[in-house]
Design a protein. Structure first.
Length: 316
């Protein structure tokens, strides 16, 4: 039998590399596409000896010509430091990238998954955020290149579905963490862990009372694959995936200090522009449709993440 061939854009990134590994374990043939702007070869080094794994250096803002059965579209810088570095390119990656991958899926009659984001909800006025909430997004702010780029990508996916009967799955991913995160990505978990391991002050923006939900990467990948593999073509989303347990940023900082045994102090800095005060998914749809919910507790996931970053720092 021919193996199912799967394309993963952004496949050398934090989430993409875990997805590639899981798909290979499931017996799939995987083509990893990445331009390595934020992705890292070290994330996929252990996969390169697998004869069913292929890496293509490519920017999704340009058309791609391959033959596959399924597409997971994850390509886009996902941390503020990286997506604000070149905001025009960030928007192009979300919008042109979606157009190119949807065009490929249309030609191949392939099923395609869009990694959207909780950022489509902006600074939410509804809490927790259900899929039916349209969001509260600033269209002209510093974060807009990412937020509005992802919102436009969702529009394109649904229009391709309506106009061309394309098989789509649109997933809104909430804060995810774990091994393979970049040390310099500016995300709150990696920031806190690196600062604690180095004995530096832990930087908390605002008063630290803003809340987030943190989903461990293996739980997230499990939900993504279940959505893609275990639902009928009629079920297209959008669907939230994330951890409904809510923590303040200060609670996260205190947990990292405790787990690392660090003597770091918490220091406060001004809150960045358009930073949401609350973020927690309503995952009722995922529970009902997939029978999915996260299983890895925050302290367990943080311990694994700390161990990973300790290894990276020791290898420098």
């Amino acid at each position: 039998m021919m193996k199912n061939r799967v394309l993963v854009t952004g496949g050398s990134g934090f989430l993409g590399s875990h997805l590639c590994e899981r798909l290979l374990d499931m017996g799939r043939e995987v083509i990893c596409v990445d331009n390595f702007f934020t992705g890292s070869k070290s994330n996929i080094l252990h996969l390169l000896d697998n004869p069913y794994f292929e890496v293509v250096r490519h920017d999704v803002t340009f058309p791609l010509y391959v033959e596959v059965d399924e597409i997971y579209n994850l390509a886009c810088p996902a941390s503020p430091i990286h997506y604000q570095h070149d905001p025009v390119q960030t928007t192009k990656t979300s919008v042109h990238g979606a157009i190119n991958m949807l065009g490929l899926a249309k030609r191949l009659k392939a099923k395609i998954f869009q990694a959207s984001t909780s950022e489509v909800y902006g600074d939410p006025e509804v809490h927790p955020q259900p899929e039916g909430y349209w969001g509260n997004v600033n269209p002209i702010g510093l974060r807009s290149c990412y937020d509005e780029g992802k919102r436009c990508a969702e529009t394109l996916f649904f229009d391709y579905h309506r106009q061309h009967n394309l098989r789509i799955k649109v997933c809104r991913i909430f804060n995810t963490y774990g091994p393979h995160m970049a040390m310099d990505d500016g995300r709150v978990v990696s920031n806190f862990v690196i600062q604690a391991l180095k004995g530096q002050d832990i930087t908390v923006y605002g008063g630290g009372e803003q809340t987030r939900s943190f989903c461990y990467v293996t739980d997230m990948v499990d939900g993504m694959i279940r959505f893609m593999e275990d639902t009928d073509d009629e079920f297209i989303g959008p669907m939230n995936l994330g951890n409904p347990d809510e923590f303040t940023i200060r609670e996260l900082a205190e947990a990292v200090i405790d787990l690392t045994g660090s003597k770091s102090k918490i220091v406060n800095r001004p809150l960045p522009s358009d930073d949401p005060m609350q973020r927690r998914p309503d995952i009722s749809l995922a529970r009902e449709t997939l029978g999915w919910e996260p299983t890895v507790a925050l302290r367990t996931g943080l311990s694994r993440t700390i161990e990973y970053f300790e290894g990276k720092l020791n290898s420098l």
